[in-house]
Design a protein around this ligand. Structure first.
Ligand code: 8IG
Length: 269
């Protein structure tokens, strides 16, 4: 029997561990920080406690440079609510299976969260989106050929990315664009032909996370806000090849804007 053989029990165990270790009984919202978003939670509020994710049942060390491997409990400025900030994300390409990918989301639900903010770094399919542009996710296309939902549970995904929460984000920043996020398995980036395919099927953003987590969030009854940071034009959109250094650089440059955005949105949730 491994930790994730019973995903719901694993999520409850993780939530109990978090409550005991942070002294915060209930977390009202949760945030998952993707590439480029590592510093963005600092303005959300005061950090009450910080745990290495490896201490929490079911969580493993993040595999990606630029991702922060901690879980934080943050008291949200003003409201007195608490946010659970998941700095570590497991990607499907790590090979730990889809249960591991969505364990953080299920843990957030078990910890009491009613809303989940999923952030990521991704490739942009529109030329007008320079590296460093934040984009609200309006919908997704899941090209991973898998699902976090197990059994004959036909979860409805209409309005998966809450129109209400997107409106809240646009109140904060009316200039925000919206787009359809296409999740590929990775870890390689797309070929230019795959990027053209993603465009033709209705995609605006390409990445390696978020869609599976959003599905698990909906199954668990969470309201979802997805925000992508375009850290690079997707392959073939710009004439130069992609580099992970470029991704990290774009994230750092966009830091102040996306930090302020995230903090203001969370304060209104
Ligand atoms: I950061 O161009 C980042 N993540 N699939 N494609 C995919 N994932 C990404 C990309 C990208 N950039």
């Amino acid at each position: 029997m491994t930790e994730l053989d019973d995903p719901q029990a694993a999520a409850r165990a993780a939530a109990e561990h978090i409550a005991a270790a942070t002294g915060v009984e209930r977390h009202d919202i949760a945030l998952v920080l993707g590439s480029g978003w590592g510093g963005a939670a600092d303005l959300v509020g005061e950090t009450v406690a910080e745990l290495p994710s490896t201490d929490v049942p079911g969580f493993a060390k993040p595999a990606v440079v630029g991702h922060v491997g901690t879980l934080r409990s943050v008291r949200i400025g003003g409201s007195g609510k608490h946010a659970l900030v998941l700095g570590a994300r497991t990607h499907l390409y790590e090979g730990r299976g889809v249960r591991a990918v969505v364990h953080g989301v299920r843990t957030a639900a078990a910890a009491g969260a009613g809303a989940l903010v999923l952030t990521n770094g991704c490739g942009g399919l529109r030329e007008e989106w320079a590296a460093g542009t934040p984009v609200l996710i309006s919908d997704h296309i899941n090209l991973t050929a898998t699902s976090p939902v197990e059994g004959a549970n036909f979860v409805d995904l209409t309005d998966l990315y809450s129109a209400r929460l997107r409106a809240v984000a646009r109140e904060v920043d009316p200039s925000l664009s919206e787009g359809v996020y296409v999740q590929f398995r990775g870890p390689h980036y797309e070929t230019p032909a795959e990027v053209r395919m993603a465009q033709r099927i209705g995609g605006d953003l390409v990445g390696m996370s978020t869609a599976l987590e959003a599905i698990a969030a909906r199954e668990a009854g969470l309201e979802v806000l997805g925000v992508s940071l375009v850290t690079n034009p997707a392959a073939g959109i710009s004439p130069t090849p992609l580099s992970h250094a470029e991704v990290i650089e774009a994230g750092q440059a966009a830091g102040p804007r996306i930090s302020a955005l995230l903090a203001a949105v969370v304060a209104k949730l």
